[in-house]
Design a protein around this ligand. Structure first.
Ligand SMILES: Cc1cc2nc3c(=O)[nH]c(=O)nc-3n(C[C@H](O)[C@H](O)[C@H](O)COP(=O)(O)O)c2cc1C
Length: 184
């Protein structure tokens, strides 16, 4: 077993699991909870699919429809938190991020990689969250112009591992991700 007191190895394990989430739709890290703050200051959380996890940049990415309420939230307050619980690894990962909304030419390459059947997730009419007359009174045309990538630059990582003795550490960009053990 690796040294439980190795801060760098603990962080590395978390990044490995995030990368697996991007690659494997059966991993719990594929579907983190993504939390934002609404324009009225209310916390909002929803499930998203993790599309990219880049350790060297400390960036994670999510795809969304530019007309969803979460975009209004991010425009008003460009911060978001991610939460993942990995039961097999007994690990909770929490990320605090600063969000950039990318559209247009900046997302062309990402759009080409979205399978045609999934493109209908970007373009619902009426806009997501709009009250409708009947349960299925909406359409889902694929709408390239509504495809957005949320590039979330990580500022803070909090890891909790449940074991015989729990371990908790936090890592911040400002100290080069060196990390600090915390009381769990
Ligand atoms: C398993 C699962 C995966 C989802 N993935 C995404 C996603 O990657 N992007 C997204 O915008 N919404 C995704 N959704 C839908 C969101 O949870 C949410 O219902 C929708 O984006 C509207 O959220 P908002 O009103 O807070 O903007 C997913 C939902 C589920 C259940």
């Amino acid at each position: 077993m690796s040294d439980p007191g190795d801060l760098a190895a603990f962080l590395e394990e978390a990044w490995q699991l995030l990368r697996r989430g991007v690659a494997d739709s059966r991993s719990p890290a594929r579907y983190p909870t993504f939390a934002t703050v609404s324009p009225a200051g209310v916390p909002e959380a929803r499930t998203v699919a993790l599309r990219r996890a880049a350790q060297t940049e400390a960036v994670v990415e999510v795809h969304t429809d530019i007309n969803t309420p979460k975009i209004a939230a991010v425009r008003a307050s460009p911060v978001a938190a991610f939460h993942v619980w990995l039961p097999k690894s007994n690990l909770q990962i929490r990320l605090t991020t600063t969000v950039a909304i990318l559209t247009g030419d900046a997302v062309e390459e990402a759009w080409t990689r979205v399978p045609p059947a999934s493109r209908v997730s970007y373009g619902t009419v009426p806009d997501p969250g709009t009250p409708i007359e009947d349960v299925y009174a909406y359409e889902k045309p694929p709408e390239r112009a509504r495809f957005a990538v949320l590039r979330c630059t990580i500022d803070h990582i909090d890891l909790v591992h449940l074991g015989e003795r729990h371990r908790r550490a936090e890592y911040v960009r400002s100290d080069g991700w060196a990390g600090t053990w915390c009381a769990p």
